[in-house]
Write a protein that binds this ligand. Structure first.
Ligand code: ARG
Length: 578
């Protein structure tokens, strides 16, 4: 409500703007305070007193002008000018209550669908074939999926694009090694340990010249469309993505096999792209390679930096693929917006590809291409997150460990469940905690992976929010009373009401800025506001009038719904009992 009143005052001042020379930071200067005495209304502002002197005006006269220019608003019952020039606002309590009641009846909880849905392509997860999912893939997967859920909830038409690293010269070596394994082990091939598979393939390649020769010939055959090599390649892709799909499912991530649009998809388009860029005079030959020089990219001596799009041996590069990829997304999906959830270290690479695509006319100016970059995940020592021996942390191991810790935690808390129920709860808390730890930080910064912090039942964590939800649910199990008409009487009810009504804004912000932490912060604040309300405003205690109890129950029910919906948009489950 404070923000709402501040915006009304600002509108009034803007209206008067032509006759007053307002300071540029006026928006930040407007303070709306809660009144101490209800006889003076609910809120007051000293803005007229503040502005009178610099504007050379009489404060009361200025207050009158401001009041006269206030827009009509159903939330405000009346205004008064008090003392030397305070403006008092009397809130229309019925208005807030009516908004809350409408929200409670609305399955979308007051979050409207957008009037003009966009075609949004979201590039996220993007693991590499025959490799373990690395930490930056986890971040991309979890953050990207939350934004996808929010965009879809708002009614946008979303295409999930899993830009899997499934092409490149390494496939010669991988096919040769897969062949070797198949010959040696028959059908009993186990590829679950990709790290070892990749390492061994590389070792053979480096140490065995005959193997290396075969690997090189397989690259050529694969690129030439040879059936055998293609089948072997397909096997590697399928095995990798089956394993990754199990992780997506376990993580409650909405990606599915049909979303795989790997680098190989663009392969056939590359010769055309290079020819076109040459024909348009954008690319030129330089020592046998094909290079694009961009004004925007200079080295430290101020010379233009060349971006190679075809090597002298004819091979294409990661950048060439991304040029084709963005072109395809615009043409094939009619994208209005393309979002890339990719490690911030790839920023220059992406910018270069998009710049070239724009210059070539593949991406119209009105299409927004965004790098939703993110920092690194660090260990508690502040160094990149690694296993004790310095290897990549396997996501599967990480999730196993999370479940083990949650299981122990539940035992310690003495929580009792049936076996199946317990398994589900352990899963939901563990996955929720790991995901939320990532989602709740501003993605642009590096963040420290800390088990104790993310599993705590207090603080900005998933278990805290899940607990707040289950606590409300348990309240409803203890009473026959049903939520009733909402009447806002106290400061704590008012604070909770204001927070609840801000859900729409929090969700919209996530979509606009591609920043799920804004929703996390909102939910955390909502849970905190609820806990304070609950402390000060008894619901089911003896002596509370039934109407009051039912009004408060309505606020509780709405809080539970917002928590559950908000967490669902983050891909996190809630539980009735905890
Ligand atoms: N596969 C890449 C990696 O592992 C990420 C791909 C990101 N998306 C893109 N269009 N380049 O780093």
């Amino acid at each position: 409500m404070k923000d709402h009143i501040a915006s009304l005052v600002l509108q009034s001042l803007a209206q008067l703007g032509t006759e007053l020379a307002l300071p540029s930071d006026i928006a930040a200067k407007i303070r709306i305070d809660r009144t101490k005495d209800k006889a003076h209304g609910d809120f007051a502002t000293n803005v007229a007193l503040l502005l009178a002197k610099p504007l050379g005006q009489n404060p009361r006269a200025l207050a009158e002008k401001i009041v006269a220019a206030l827009p009509q608003d159903s939330a405000i019952a009346k205004t008064e000018i008090a003392g030397p020039g305070f403006i008092n606002f009397f809130v229309n309590a019925g208005h807030t209550a009516a908004q809350l009641e409408a929200m409670l009846k609305d399955p979308r909880l007051g979050v409207a669908q957008v009037a003009t849905p966009q075609n949004v392509v979201v590039d996220y997860s993007a693991p590499n074939v025959a490799k373990e999912m690395a930490v930056h893939h986890i971040r991309s997967t979890v953050i990207g999926d939350a934004v996808v859920r929010v965009l879809e909830f708002l009614g946008h038409n979303v295409t999930r694009a899993n830009h899997v690293g499934d092409w490149g010269t390494q496939f010669g070596m991988l096919i040769a090694y897969l062949e070797k394994c198949e010959n040696e082990s028959g059908s009993g091939l186990d590829l679950s340990d990709f790290e070892a598979f990749y390492r061994e393939a590389k070792r053979c390649y480096d140490e065995d010249e005959q193997f290396a020769q075969k690997a090189r010939s397989y690259v050529v055959r694969l690129q030439g469309g040879d059936q055998y090599c293609h089948d072997m390649w397909q096997k590697l892709v399928t095995m990798t993505m089956e394993q990754n799909q199990r992780i997506y499912d376990r993580l409650n991530v909405t990606l599915s096999p049909k979303d795989v649009m790997g680098e190989s998809l663009y392969n056939d388009m590359l010769p055309q792209i290079v020819a076109d860029l040459k024909a348009k005079g954008i690319a030129q030959e330089d020592q046998g390679a094909i290079v694009v020089y961009l004004d925007e990219f200079k080295n430290k001596d101020g010379d233009k930096l060349g971006i190679i799009i075809q090597k002298s041996d004819g091979g294409y590069l990661y950048t060439t693929t991304d040029i084709a990829c963005v072109k395809y997304r615009v043409e094939h999906f009619h994208a209005n917006r393309v979002m890339y959830f990719v490690d911030s270290r790839q920023h220059q690479h992406l910018e270069a590809a998009w710049q070239i695509a724009r210059i070539a006319g593949y991406v119209p100016a009105e299409v927004s291409i965004e790098h939703a970059a993110f920092g690194m995940m660090l260990g508690k020592d502040g160094k990149p997150f690694k296993t004790r021996t310095g290897g990549t942390v396997k996501l599967k191991d990480l999730l196993d460990e999370a479940e083990k810790r949650v299981d122990a935690m539940l035992t310690e808390r003495g929580s009792e469940y049936e076996a199946a129920e317990r398994q589900q709860i352990v899963h939901d808390i563990a996955i929720g905690a790991v995901k939320y730890a990532d989602l709740s930080k501003n993605r642009l910064t590096d963040y420290i992976f800390d088990w104790d912090q993310m599993l705590a039942f207090d603080g900005n964590t998933a278990p805290y929010l899940q607990y707040a939800y289950s606590r409300i649910k348990s309240m409803f199990r203890k009473t026959e009373l049903k939520p009733g008409a909402i009447v806002i009487t106290s400061e704590h009810e008012e604070a909770l009401a204001t927070k609840l009504l801000a859900f729409n804004e929090a969700v919209t912000n996530v979509a606009n800025k591609a920043m799920p932490h804004l929703l996390c912060t909102y939910l955390y604040e909502l849970a905190g506001t609820f806990m304070r309300f609950y402390e000060h405003c008894p619901v089911l205690k003896e002596g509370v009038a039934e109407d009051t109890a039912r009004s408060r129950l309505a606020l509780c029910a709405l809080t539970a719904q917002v928590l559950s919906q908000g967490l669902d948009l983050l891909g996190i489950n809630v539980m009735e009992k905890m």
